[in-house]
Design a protein around this ligand. Sequence first.
Ligand SMILES: Nc1nc2c(c(=O)[nH]1)N[C@@H](CN(C=O)c1ccc(C(=O)N[C@@H](CCC(=O)O)C(=O)O)cc1)CN2
Ligand SMILES: NCC(=O)N[C@@H]1O[C@H](COP(=O)([O-])[O-])[C@@H](O)[C@H]1O
Length: 219
Amino acid sequence: MTEQQFNLTVLISGNGSNLQALIDACASGTLPNTRITHVISNRKAAYGLERATRASIPTTYHNLVAYKKKHPDNTDTARAQYDADLANIILTSTPRPDLIVCAGWMHIVTASFLTPMAEAGIKIINLHPALPGEFAGAGAIERAWKAGHEQGLKRTGVMIHEVIAEVDAGEAVVTQEVELREGESLEALEERMHGVEHGLIVEGTRRVLEGRGKERGSR
Ligand SMILES: Nc1nc2c(c(=O)[nH]1)N[C@@H](CN(C=O)c1ccc(C(=O)N[C@@H](CCC(=O)O)C(=O)O)cc1)CN2
Ligand SMILES: NCC(=O)N[C@@H]1O[C@H](COP(=O)([O-])[O-])[C@@H](O)[C@H]1O
């Protein structure tokens, strides 16, 4: 029986250390029979684009600014068109992804993206440096660090969750708690959090693909 191959599209906006964790996991077999076939960034200067190129992974820079210039009086229209075109980029790519992984993707996607992906049966997961129901949105690590120092919060965490319209509210695939340490600097907490992220993004991707494999097997 031929091994099932899984194709990933990874969405990024920055350094790409979580993308690198996925690249390394595919290469080492930690993510078996899995390859990243496309990396898309909404920021031209994202170092993750260089990481992808070094790994011979096709990249696309998808720029929201051009859409805002085209629709200066209506940000919602600009975002909807941007998202619709993002969906089209992914749906017309070969091979189509089995899964989309948001790895530091700092753009809130709308129904113009979510609906076509759902209709195509392509699940989207996201790495978020917080636990379910806590610190949704950008800047989660710093907000948890402040809550530790100011409100005595004892722990935060990291989750991989399904992406739905409501930001960071999708069902958790996997979570891991991270203790908050008294007197620890924000930089030191960020370092510990990123270390957890790099393992969890691989584990979360593996679990979703394992489910896909079972789905395929049942057909
Ligand atoms: N519809 C959804 N879109 C996204 C989700 C989600 O769960 N549902 N997860 C995010 C990732 N994310 C946190 O994990 C996140 C990213 C960005 C923002 C945000 O406020 N973005 C601003 C722009 C910020 C910037 O460009 O620096 C925006 O889009 O206006 C919040 C949460 C991925 N998308
Ligand atoms: N809301 C999502 C979010 O805040 N994600 C954050 O973006 C970083 C991306 O790092 P990377 O580009 O090195 O992977 C991650 O470390 C994560 O904390």
